[in-house]
Design a protein around this ligand. Sequence first.
Ligand SMILES: [Zn+2]
Length: 109
Amino acid sequence: MKCPECKHEFNTPKNDDGYFQVTAVHREDINMLGYDTSNISDAEMEHLAGKMASAYISNGFWIDLPILVEDYLNIQPTDLCYVCGEIDANCKDLDGDNCCPDCYEEESK
Ligand SMILES: [Zn+2]
């Protein structure tokens, strides 16, 4: 898909489970860094891709997501619980998610 604004070509398809792919890694990416990829198997590439995904989730993903949602989509977070959608969720759960105390206790059981 090509962005009509910046004309950048994105390879970010929606999966059947509702997730949109954020990124992917190709042997050419590794070649560009100067490494020989001729002996890297597809299984090793899959494992590497999984490690890259985990690294991004642990580092930049949860920082970049709200910044881009607010800047690009121009929307702000609500005070509603993301589970029940009704109760004021000004008490965030341990992960920092907008979750009311009732729903948080229900999920912790
Ligand atoms: Zn709730």
